[in-house]
Design a protein around this ligand. Sequence first.
Ligand code: UDP
Length: 249
Amino acid sequence: MNTKNHALLYHGKAKSVYKTDDPEIVIVKFRDDITAGDGEKKDTLSAKGHLNSIISAKFFEILEAADIKTQYIKLLEPGVMLSHRLDMIPLEVITRNIAAGSLLRKFPFKDKQEFDPPIIQMDYKSDEFHDPMINDDIAVALGFVTREELNEIRRITLKINQVLKIFLLEKGIIFPDFKIEFGKNHKGEIILGDEISPDSCRFWDSKTCEVLDKDLFRKGETGVMDAYLEVASRILDDNEKEKWDIKLV
Ligand code: UDP
């Protein structure tokens, strides 16, 4: 699809958002760009945009089936998602089932320590301020959300964690942590936006704990796209794999 005919609304680190004729509907283009370490490490990985859009679409469909409202309307083609327009809330909502990553660098948790109930952490999404951890009082004082909206965000996030954790385990994948973002639609409802993909989640093989996500890129290892393909291959059913031409295992 040629996005040249559409006005650009937003250009992020890995996705671009374009206008459509309908002011409440946008096109989200998943690009092949990948970044890590506050944007310091950058690369382009062929097929990443296609895979992440297909993986995100699958997760959004599963969540919609569980009565969770998402931005997702449909995948027009690999890499191109038709979505409801949202005013995004600048919070990175991180859910942790198992200790990994920055949590271990910042706090004295044990590696792979399990959390039940899960930990919900919020970071302020800002390149200028380097995504600092935020609390409810600061988020409210900055005018990002009300306390009621924070409660709603936590409620939806815990449900998303529960639904996806169970789904992934059936596919042989552990779900240590993930980051999601919410926005508000024209009615003021809190809706899940952004993406759910190996760029924004940790996925580990449930038998071997093999890493199947962006941590491979963060650590400079090879096989990043093989891992993303493996995730797509495990979570899609045969019809979906054929439709999107996912070839593996
Ligand atoms: N995450 C993300 N974007 C960010 C920061 C974190 O998508 O800007 C995701 C990350 O992929 C992981 C989870 O949020 O699944 C927790 O990340 P963590 O705080 O451990 O940071 P990291 O160690 O990845 O820098």
